[in-house]
Write a new protein. Structure first.
Ligand SMILES: Nc1ncnc2c1ncn2[C@@H]1O[C@H](COP(=O)(O)OP(=O)(O)OP(=O)(O)O)[C@@H](O)[C@H]1O
Ligand SMILES: [Mg+2]
Lengths: 258, 308
């Protein structure tokens, strides 16, 4: 049987990654460690003295860690799907070389999404290990949360791939990053429960896929009930992923097969 | 009758309201080198992208290797080699990795690609640079590498969009040599260029495009016969000499063209014209006699003005 063409794209992403992996070690391992140290341990000891039941009764570190796991899957997904699409079209231009072969825009996008999926599994697993090392969750529970974090990441990866193929200028994408990433991250529910947000912001946080990911991961590691039902939260993340994927394929066809 | 490898009928390409390729017809036969000539913006690359099955035609019929690019693009591209106008090598990867990656897209096995890479690097004289990053190559080396990359799948038809633009004379001759060699092996070549000497050297037949249309078609020789004379005299005059000379020149020339700094005289016999002008006491500051080239045809057909 011949390899599906999307996997040929995964293969070349891997070949490229082997050249550039060093930079990702820092984000994969150092980011969770630094965050958990500063926010979880440092800030956490202060919070734990005064916290009431708002955090679900667990210590702040245990509350924060699963939320960060989902939020950091989101960050990895966003950078790993938007820049490759941008550079593939505009800077490295390797998409143009790829479509001159039997590879199609659909294959490119599918391959890229599979690659991001693999990266998310790896990054989230590393996160679970760090959480365990900090004593914030048992390893088994942390690993059980990996699929939820990965799904959360995918719900950002595919819409971002669409946007990256759709924008005409890099500056539009940079502006989007600048104005949306930080609020998404801060108001994801990772740092504090979103019912503490002003009322007008709360629905916004609920629409953002990252909150669903945070809620899922947290419920798994803490063993607390979900805010909404499992099917709603998973269904929502899946729906966003699928719609984003579909939009991204359509846009990439338009951009490349002019 | 030989069956055409590529057929275009009433082929057009529009970008919004702008017509880049305007109702062109052409036939490309197996084993020939076919040229698309034309000034900047004539629509050459747009046509190449349609033939390369990556850009759907707006209207008209196109058949490549007997297949329809709209429905059988994947199959077509599998048998095609493409050398794009714009460099899209992966700069961060090595020469070898660039070729390997590209070969894999054709579902070739790694061992098979490795053999092919050795052959191709030999062919484009880059064997020593096999493990260097593409970043480190000169412009001419990159061009040769892109040509090698386009041949990785042993294509039946190779599309070369300005294969030698930006190369020094040595590198151009290396590329031409290689293209001849391919042609001898029976590979069909489609070449776009605005170098007339390149077209004369390489192309069995060509079309001249201008503003999206085909304005002439034939072998380089046919085009020369049809649109130019055998010889050209380029003469420079003083300002007052110039006025006196023109009527006399008109008597003997097939066609003349006055440029700011010289007069071009098209004739079938340059020596006779030169002798006649001397007898009539016309003495230019300088005279250059040369054979007419495709460039004269090209300029006659597409004009001397820059359109952009
Ligand atoms: N994607 C596009 N969108 C809009 N216009 C385009 C697009 N691609 C090409 N064009 C226009 O179509 C015309 C033909 O372009 P094309 O690249 O085919 O010319 P060309 O003959 O290859 O020129 P050159 O010798 O400069 O490479 C140009 O006016 C160009 O601006
Ligand atoms: Mg061009």
């Amino acid at each position: 049987m011949t390899t599906p063409r999307a996997f040929l794209i995964v293969e070349s992403e891997w070949r490229y990654y082997k050249r550039t992996w060093r930079g990702t070690v820092i984000t994969t391992w150092l980011r969770p460690i630094l965050f958990l140290l500063a926010m979880g341990v440092g800030l956490g000891t202060l919070i734990d003295r005064t916290a009431d039941q708002a955090l679900g009764g667990a210590g702040y570190l245990a509350f924060l860690a699963p939320g960060l796991m989902a939020a950091s899957a989101m960050q990895t997904a966003i950078t790993d799907s938007s820049w490759p699409v941008r550079t593939g079209i505009k800077w490295r231009k390797h998409f143009w070389a790829q479509i001159s072969t039997p590879v199609t825009p659909d294959d490119i996008l599918n391959g890229l999404m599979i690659w991001v999926f693999i990266r998310l599994v790896f990054v989230s697993t590393a996160f679970a290990v760090v959480i365990w090392a900090f004593g914030a969750a048992p390893l088994g529970r942390g690993l059980t949360a990996v699929p939820a974090a990965v799904l959360c990441g995918m719900a950002f990866a595919s819409p971002m791939a669409f946007l990256a193929a759709w924008f005409k200028e890099d500056s539009t994408m940079i502006a989007l990053f600048r104005f949306s990433l930080i609020p998404l991250f801060l108001f994801s529910g990772a740092f504090f429960p979103i019912d503490r947000l002003p009322d007008f912001l709360e629905p916004l946080a609920l629409v953002s896929p990252v909150w669903h990911g945070v809620d899922l991961c947290r419920s798994i590691t803490l063993g607390t009930p979900l805010t909404l039902s499992l099917w709603v939260e998973v269904g929502y993340l899946l729906a966003v992923t699928v719609v984003g994927w579909w939009a991204a394929i359509r846009q990439l066809r338009k951009t490349l097969n002019l | 009758m030989v069956e055409s490898l590529v057929v275009g009928r009433g082929l057009s390409k529009k970008f919004g309201d702008f017509t880049a390729v305007d109702d062109i017809d052409f036939d490309i036969y197996p084993g020939e080198a076919f040229g698309f000539l034309g000034p900047n913006g004539a629509g050459k690359s747009s046509t190449m992208r349609m033939i390369g099955a990556v850009s759907p035609a707006t209207s008209g019929r196109l058949s490549v290797l007997g297949m329809d690019p709209r429905t059988e693009g994947i199959k077509i591209r599998g048998r095609l080699g493409v050398v794009p106008q714009e460099d899209n090598l992966d700069r961060e990867l090595s020469v070898y990795e660039n070729l390997l990656t590209h070969g894999r897209y054709f579902h070739m096995k790694k061992a098979e690609i490795d053999l092919r890479i050795d052959e191709l690097l030999e062919f484009v004289q880059l064997s020593e640079r096999r493990d260097d990053r593409v970043d480190l190559l000169s412009g001419g080396m990159k061009r040769r590498l892109i040509i090698a990359r386009g041949l990785i799948n042993e294509p039946d038809l190779v599309i070369l969009d300005e294969p030698t633009t930006g190369l020094d004379p040595q590198a151009r001759h290396v590329v031409w040599d290689r293209l001849y060699q391919l042609k001898r092996e029976g590979v069909t070549l489609i070449i776009t260029t605005h170098y007339m000497d390149e077209a004369e050297q390489l192309c069995d037949r060509l079309v001249v495009m201008d503003k999206g249309r085909i304005v002439a078609e034939g072998s380089p020789r046919e085009l020369l016969e049809r649109y130019s004379t055998r010889d050209v005299l380029e003469m420079r005059f003083d300002a007052d000499q110039h006025l006196q000379a023109m009527p006399v020149i008109e008597e003997v020339a097939e066609r003349t063209e006055e440029l700011p700094d010289r007069v071009m005289i098209y004739t079938h016999n340059a020596d006779e014209v030169a002798a006649y002008l001397a007898r009539r006491d016309i003495h230019p500051i300088s005279t250059l006699i040369r054979r007419s080239t495709l460039e004269d045809v090209f300029l006659r057909l597409t004009g001397r003005q820059l359109i952009e």
